[in-house]
Design a protein around this ligand. Structure first.
Ligand code: SF4
Ligand code: SF4
Length: 313
């Protein structure tokens, strides 16, 4: 177990990254997804990360129905930008998860001091909701080193959910070492830190052992969210995180399926996905959306496709 900085929230070192359960990724049924969440809990994972955009609150609600609320931590996030959108996103999460408070609520995909200032009304409102007992802790998710640095100016930010992996894949404005240094400073200041994309959204699957070992060596990380979509993946990750990397032998590692972004050929080339992607991971070539090497397989572009052409498989 690890305490998320000064928040008082204790979580398992491994967090269930639930993006994989969404319709634009593994597309599991509520029953299948819920069984995985319960299975993961039985293996020691008592922390799940979700987001409004993932549209999987119904799966999580079902998955936690037999787990006492005070034994499980749910983090969600949304693109709220003012009082009303913050209130609406928190109310939606509480209603659809069927809980009377949220453990962690983050402003999703913050980029810089500028975006933090632009979203300050929402941040303030989340903090007010915390003071009223609807949220236990407030923070941000980000792919930007400069945003981690800028977060120092906001007392409301108690938790940071950054992208980090041993190759620095997906960090938008610096190197892995830049991100590590910014996060270490925030760690020393008592901020809770749990990361995403330890496997670079799937790009590091062929270096899985090194990628996981590197994450485990970073003692400023309180927890690491890893997307899982099978009992084999849960077994592998819990074994590694809870029994130590010395137990990770080639024999114990699993053949994780290479993931990729596919675009169906009925794409109309509207460009919505290109505008939505903050990684420059997709472009229009010959009238068709085409992913490139910058894509981190988050699947966010799939949520804006009018023809449902995009999937992470
Ligand atoms: S192309 Fe889509 S899946 Fe890839 S990084 Fe961009 S938004 Fe994410
Ligand atoms: S949003 Fe969908 S239809 Fe539009 S360009 Fe992208 S893949 Fe094609």
């Amino acid at each position: 177990m690890a305490r998320l900085g000064n928040t008082g929230i204790e979580v398992s070192k491994l967090c269930f990254g639930s993006l994989t359960l969404s319709s634009f990724q593994a597309n599991l049924s509520v029953r299948e997804g819920a069984k995985l969440i319960q299975y993961a809990y039985d293996k020691g994972i008592d922390f799940i990360d979700t987001a409004e955009i993932y549209e999987n609150y119904s799966i999580i609600k079902e998955g936690i129905k037999n787990i006492p609320k005070d034994k499980y931590t749910i983090a969600s996030k949304a693109y709220s930008y003012d009082v009303k959108t913050a209130q609406d996103s928190v109310a939606k999460a509480m209603k659809e998860l069927s809980v009377d408070y949220l453990d962690i609520f983050l402003l999703h995909e913050q980029e810089s001091e500028h975006t933090l200032r632009g979203h300050y009304e929402a941040l303030e409102e989340l903090f007010r909701l915390k003071e009223k007992g609807y949220i236990r802790s407030v923070g941000i998710s980000t792919h930007f080193v400069n945003c981690v640095k800028a977060s120092e100016k906001y007392k409301e930010i108690e938790i940071i959910h950054p992208i980090l992996n041993y190759k620095g894949i997906g960090i938008q404005d610096g190197t892995r070492e830049d991100m590590v240094s910014a996060l270490k400073r925030r760690h020393e200041q008592g901020i809770g830190i749990y990361t995403m994309k330890a496997l670079g959204g799937g790009h590091l699957i062929s270096h899985q052992k090194e990628a996981m070992e590197w994450v485990l060596e970073q003692d400023f990380l309180h927890s690491t969210a890893i997307g899982m979509q099978s009992t084999e993946e849960i077994d592998y990750n819990t074994h590694l995180f809870f029994q130590g990397k010395e137990n990770l032998s080639a024999k114990e590692s699993i053949d994780k399926k290479e993931r990729k972004l596919i675009v169906d050929d009925y794409c109309i080339g509207c460009g919505n996905c290109v505008r939505r992607c903050k990684q420059n991971g997709i472009e229009i070539i010959d009238g068709q959306a085409t992913p490139n090497e910058n894509c981190i397989l988050c699947g966010y572009c799939a949520t804006v496709c009018p023809d449902f052409c995009i999937k992470v498989v």
